[in-house]
Design a protein around this ligand. Structure first.
Ligand code: 6GU
Length: 274
């Protein structure tokens, strides 16, 4: 998979050198390009934001640098080349395309890249979405800061291809960078070969709709706390049953919103007159 990230904080993504994803990059399973939005500004101060039309607090990210940065990754739309690009832009596009082997050429048969804008106004990122996205050939993440990106950037690229606004959850971060890091980790580990033992992906929270069961390792007794005896019994049927019960009990307690209706306990006895 090819992943491109556009951000004003490229250093944020240095940590993608580490751990499983770092290994996946070394082995070529994941190819990463991190691009500084400010490289696509032409004014002396490299400004990427301006005041909002209509007034209000905060700043809005300008459309032009975003257009230039995303065109450089996607290959510029013909009309954009004709009307917008100056000579230096065209040269930058050409070198970048040559340096990264244009994914559009490699994957002529697919639907092209998916452009993802992390946003608290987006659709909820889920394990199911991570799984879908792990099947893609090329993801492009556009990290907004301030009060967001000029809406026309989203509108323009929606007219050219697949665009998604995606939120980590119902809280506000200062920018998309941390959200993108989380999404890349969730997606990357689902790419075949990235996680050494694929079986470890199966029995995990959210994969079967329930939370994970608790795990234990040696020693069997620690600070007066014993490992549940069934796990030491060697009885695999009993262990499976216990783990499943733990998943259901934990999900009911911590995340009742996730409980599949068929696993809910029978209706409260008080509600049925007898
Ligand atoms: Cl994806 N971005 C920002 N800025 N805040 C968030 C978020 C994303 N998801 C939850 N909060």
């Amino acid at each position: 998979m090819r992943i491109d990230i556009v951000t004003i904080f490229p250093e944020f993504f240095d940590v993608l050198d580490l751990s499983l994803l770092g290994k996946a990059r070394q082995s070529g399973l994941i190819e990463l390009g991190v691009h500084n939005l400010r490289d696509h500004t032409h004014d002396r101060h490299h400004s990427v934001d301006d005041t909002p039309y209509g007034g209000g607090a905060g700043m809005v990210m300008k459309a032009e640098p975003w257009g230039a940065a995303l065109d450089a990754i996607l290959g510029a739309a013909p009309e954009a080349v004709a009307t917008e690009a100056v000579a230096t832009d065209a040269a930058a596009v050409a070198t970048e395309a040559a340096a990264t082997e244009t994914p559009t050429a490699v994957n002529a048969a697919d639907d092209g890249p998916i452009l993802i804008f992390p946003s608290p106004a987006g659709a909820q990122f889920t394990q199911a979405m991570a799984r879908e996205l792990s099947l893609e050939q090329h993801l492009i993440f556009g990290c907004g800061r301030y009060e967001g990106i000029d809406q026309r950037v989203v509108d323009h690229y929606e007219a050219r291809g697949r665009v998604r606004l995606v939120s980590l959850g119902d809280y506000v971060l200062n920018g998309g960078e941390v959200a993108v890091m989380a999404m890349i980790e969730a997606i990357g580990r689902l790419i075949p070969g990235v996680v050494g033992n694929p079986e470890s992906l199966v029995e995990e929270s959210h994969e079967d709709g329930l939370l994970e069961y608790p795990s234990y390792t040696k020693p069997s007794s620690w600070r007066g706390l014993d490992v549940p005896p069934v796990l030491l019994s060697g009885n695999h049927g009993a262990i499976s049953t216990w783990r499943r019960q733990q998943q259901i009990e934990r999900t009911e307690r911590v995340r009742p919103d996730l409980m599949p209706p068929d696993l809910l306990p029978p209706a409260n006895a008080k509600q049925s007159p007898s």
